[in-house]
Design a protein around this ligand. Structure first.
Ligand SMILES: Cc1cc2nc3c(=O)[nH]c(=O)nc-3n(C[C@H](O)[C@H](O)[C@H](O)COP(=O)(O)OP(=O)(O)OC[C@H]3O[C@@H](n4cnc5c(N)ncnc54)[C@H](O)[C@@H]3O)c2cc1C
Length: 395
């Protein structure tokens, strides 16, 4: 038997023995974004089993809690997970952002201390980049870190910190030199959110939810051993982490968020605007739906090709801006088209006259705009593409 076939059979058997069937049911509350201590029942068992096998981070080295799989093995694993409709066992900024960054820039000691806790789903990370006056112009950040020998003392504030309410640790960009060109005075540090100097203030949205916080730092301590990269060279580390973030947004972390929504724009158009044979009567709408479907499939094929070409599992460089820009703008357009297909049925806010799907589509339409801002807004991505990929002169 060839090696891939044998591996597929092993994976299939392992999943049959270790994946609780209840988590594969449509609508099962698996809570992929929650760490171990916030999980219970089969959702917790699924996380524990996957972590023990190293398949929370399948391509990370085994010594850091990963599965040590190569590109082809990981592809087989993902196909088999999809085949049984298994949900993502654990997700978050640990796996998609700080983990790969530590693999690239971390010391051996940092890798050993932090990576296994990510790969086991124990620790949830948050990102301390944006500040009230540093978003698109991130290098303008003013959160100050003073050198106190074996640690830094941090004062300032971060904003729009996703998931900070439940986060255990933060990776953070701080200013360690105010007297040089702004990119040259930044360092990249890690510290626990349990530090007594950290205050988390949830930001309440119009939807009533609070997915972000503003964070205040009053003499927060970050140990020197938790500085990633060299003093005042954190901008290089921070930019690389953004490429991991953009690659994650561009590579499919958007979508499949709401179990009440059909992901197929064709099905939705047939359901709401089709005749009894499911034909979409309006030629203009038919054209828009087909164009959206073509773009979506072409983008998915491009993403798969790029991933296959990279093989190492390492993300691309500046091209991540192209993927992030296209994915977030395409997703935004898809939601707009879904809302226009629903017509007046998209006007609901509370349950009652409107179906769960209709309410969920309206919520998704509102939220999808955020992806064109998070991880750097679309205009910033266009700037990077113009400057770094097309090599056009700066204004
Ligand atoms: C859902 C979501 C989650 C987020 N999570 C986090 C997080 O976990 N951690 C974190 O640190 N941050 C987070 N952010 C913040 C995010 O990184 C910033 O919102 C983003 O970088 C834009 O910064 P800003 O909001 O200050 O907008 P600004 O920088 O003020 O920009 C506002 C608008 O000005 C325009 N603009 C800005 N620069 C240019 C330019 N060069 N050319 C043309 N037009 C321009 C654009 O239209 C832009 O949308 C999150 C944001 C969102 C929406």
């Amino acid at each position: 038997m060839d090696k891939n076939k044998q591996f597929r059979e092993e994976v299939r058997q392992w999943l049959a023995d270790n994946c609780p069937p209840s988590v594969c049911k449509k609508g099962a509350p698996v809570k992929s974004a929650f760490s171990l201590k916030h999980r219970e029942g089969d959702s917790k068992t699924w996380l524990i089993n996957m972590a023990a096998k190293g398949w929370i981070a399948p391509m990370w080295p085994v010594q850091y809690g990963g599965g040590g799989l190569n590109f082809f093995e990981n592809k087989v694993l993902q196909q088999e997970l999809k085949r049984i409709n298994a949900p993502v066992a654990f997700a978050g900024m640990g796996l998609s952002m700080i983990g790969p960054t530590l693999l690239e820039f971390g010391t051996e000691e940092q890798k050993q201390r932090h990576l296994p806790k990510i790969a086991s789903g124990e620790i949830h990370w948050c990102q301390g980049y944006s500040e009230p006056n540093a978003g698109s112009d991130l290098a303008n950040l003013q959160t100050k870190a003073e050198d106190k020998g074996d640690h830094f003392l941090i004062n300032g504030s971060k904003i729009w910190t996703s998931g900070a309410m439940h986060a255990d640790w933060m990776f953070c960009l701080v200013r360690t030199d105010f007297d040089v060109q702004k990119q040259k005075g930044i360092s990249f540090v890690l510290f626990p959110m349990t530090d007594p100097g950290v205050t988390r203030k949830p930001i309440r949205l119009i939807s009533g939810e609070s997915p972000f916080c503003q964070i205040f730092f009053d003499d927060v301590k970050a140990k020197k051993e938790d500085m990633v990269g060299k003093l005042n060279e954190g901008w290089t580390v921070g930019k690389r982490l953004l490429q991991y973030e953009r690659s994650s947004i561009g590579g499919g972390s958007i979508g499949s968020r709401d179990v009440d929504i059909t992901d197929s724009i064709i099905e939705l158009a047939q359901q709401y605007r089709g005749d009894e044979d499911g034909q979409i009567e309006d030629p203009l709408l038919r054209n828009e739906v087909i164009q959206q479907e073509i773009n979506s499939r072409a983008f998915s094929a491009t993403t798969q090709r790029i991933t296959a070409e990279a093989k190492s599992g390492k993300t691309m460089g500046f091209s991540t801006s192209m993927m992030k820009y296209y994915a977030s703008e395409m997703t935004k357009k898809k939601s707009e088209l879904m809302v226009s297909i629903l017509g007046p049925n998209a006007l609901g806010r509370e349950e009652g006259e409107f179906s769960k799907q209709e309410l969920a589509i309206t919520r998704r339409w509102l939220f999808d705009k955020a992806f064109t801002i998070a991880g750097g807004c679309s205009e910033v991505q266009l700037d990077i593409i113009a400057k770094r990929i097309l090599q056009l002169p700066s204004a």
